[in-house]
Design a protein around this ligand. Structure first.
Ligand code: UD1
Ligand code: CA
Length: 455
């Protein structure tokens, strides 16, 4: 369906006192991305829409986030937090400049709303409504405004909970806050809203009764709670996170990713996972991860800023930090940490190692307990390991260092000088052996102990 152009007015000026945080509420994150960014990303994805964001005073960080995510958005400042209608009016120049276009109000604290749901509101406008409200029936309606319907089912107004009578509070249909307007002079209508209510605020919800008084039709589009959960507290934030995660996991399962315990896999908003990847329980994805086809991620891995290549097998208990580039069919085993290292096809590091800053050539084998000593307290240096090299267990590679292709490093070595291709480098004191020593030692020790006990 194609719609008229529209202006999204995203309200983000609230202080969010119930979050008990020094961070503005709308910058709190879901799946690693601010709630504001979630809403702006959704709005940006809708064709024919322009975006205006309303921020509070002293909220440079909120404005910066809006600019980052939606560079073309207009930013307006609401000088004092006097309510949602006052907030929309802060964007008056933007609204007036688009006079005649549809206006859709989104709340930055309602981050889960999806494009398809917004399109249904636009369809309600296209079907003749002057104002359309996204309504829902929450499990717990506490705190939400209630939608008032007349006997014919038409929307007549919205009552905030604090102002509602006992009977009105029993209404299960609630206001999500998402509202669409096709009102010729919207800013004029909004400027008629008063503040004669329990909070002394200018409520956007009063626009419904006013619009009807203007002779406009008001309608409700119902959606699921999971689309419009409003975040006012940390508990709500955790609930919204759970909904987001469940959606993302389902999408990956549908796209051909295997997860035997999807509820224990934590995704980031930008996680990319190809088909035929399998993920065992208790895996956490941080920012910037791409997992290529057929890779296996065993249990309890923590992965951020990494590419896990085709057919690689990593974990259990492996940690990938930014810059880890794990090539095709690489094996990484338990308690291995990889940071800023590129590993070529088929390379292996199967046990207990730290690989930081460097490259590991194709087919190289990194033995248990190998450490790339990459940091001297001032600088980070590189370790370069050639193709097919074999690094014995418990080796310290003191960077900067180069190990040539096919070279061998003897176990337990502290390697401080480059090693030529094909050579053996070994750095440890020669082994000494004293025949019969153990028996003599035991005899001496047990005599001494017996003498001590007699005293
Ligand atoms: C609001 C609705 C309520 C609805 C609920 C849905 C009103 C009067 N009430 O209540 O009917 O059920 O959302 O979640 O609209 N904001 C500003 N400036 C302000 C005040 C708020 O920008 O002066 C922004 C906030 O940042 C937030 C949004 O508007 O993104 C909603 O404000 P909030 O105070 O959370 O409203 P609720 O009490 O949740
Ligand atoms: Ca709210």
């Amino acid at each position: 369906m194609s719609f008229r152009p529209c202006l999204f007015v995203v309200l983000a000026a609230g202080k969010g006192t119930r979050m008990k945080s020094s961070l503005p509420k709308v910058l709190h994150k879901i799946a690693g991305q601010s709630m504001l960014a979630h809403v702006l990303t959704t709005a940006s994805g809708i064709a024919g829409g322009k975006i205006a964001v309303v921020v509070g005073p002293d909220m440079a960080a909120v404005a910066a986030e809006a600019n980052r995510v939606a560079p073309g958005a207009l930013i307006f400042e609401q000088p004092a937090q006097r309510g949602t209608a006052d907030a929309v009016l802060a964007a008056k120049p933007g609204i007036d400049a688009q006079a005649g276009d549809d206006v859709i109000v989104l709340f930055a604290d309602t981050p889960l709303v999806r494009g398809a749901v917004i399109e249904r509101l636009r369809a309600a406008l296209a079907a003749g409504a002057g104002v359309a409200v996204l309504g829902f029936r929450p499990k717990d309606p506490a705190g939400y405004g209630r939608l008032l319907l007349d006997d014919s089912g038409a929307l007549t107004g919205i009552r905030e909970e604090r102002d509602a009578s006992e009977d009105e509070r029993k209404i299960s249909l609630c206001n999500s806050g998402v509202m669409a307007f096709r009102v010729p002079k919207l800013s004029e209508l909004l400027s008629r809203i008063g503040s004669d209510n329990a909070k002394g605020e200018f409520y956007l919800t009063d626009a419904i009764a006013l619009a009807r008084a203007y002779g406009l039709k008001a309608s409700v589009v119902e959606c699921d709670e999971s689309d419009v959960l409003g975040v006012n507290t940390r508990e709500h934030l955790a609930a919204a996170e759970a909904i987001w995660q469940a959606r993302a996991r389902s999408a990956f399962l549908r796209d051909g990713v295997t997860m035997i315990a999807p509820d224990t896999v934590w995704l980031h908003f930008d996680t990319e996972i190809a088909a035929d990847v399998s993920i065992e329980p208790n895996v956490v994805f941080g920012a910037g991860v791409k997992v290529e086809e057929g890779a296996q991620i065993l249990g309890f891995c923590h992965i951020e800023g990494a590419v896990i290549g085709k057919g690689a097998r990593v974990g259990p208990f492996a940690r990938f930090r930014p810059g880890a580039r794990i090539g095709e069919k690489v094996h990484i085993g338990n308690f291995v940490e990889v940071k800023n290292v590129t590993m070529g096809e088929g390379a292996k590091a199967n046990h207990l190692s730290y690989l930081g800053d460097g490259t590991v050539g194709a087919g190289a084998n990194i033995g248990a307990g190998t450490i790339f000593c990459n940091y001297d307290g001032y600088n980070k240096e590189k370790t370069e390991i050639g193709e097919g090299a074999f690094v014995g267990s418990n080796t310290s590679l003191v960077a900067p260092i180069k190990i040539g292709a096919g070279a061998y490093i003897g176990s337990g070595s502290v390697i401080t000088k480059d090693v030529s291709p094909g050579a053996l480098a070994i750095e440890r004191s020669p082994q000494e052996e004293r025949p019969g020593w153990a028996e003599k030692f035991r005899a001496v020790m047990s005599r001494r102990k017996a003498a001590a006990q007699k005293k």
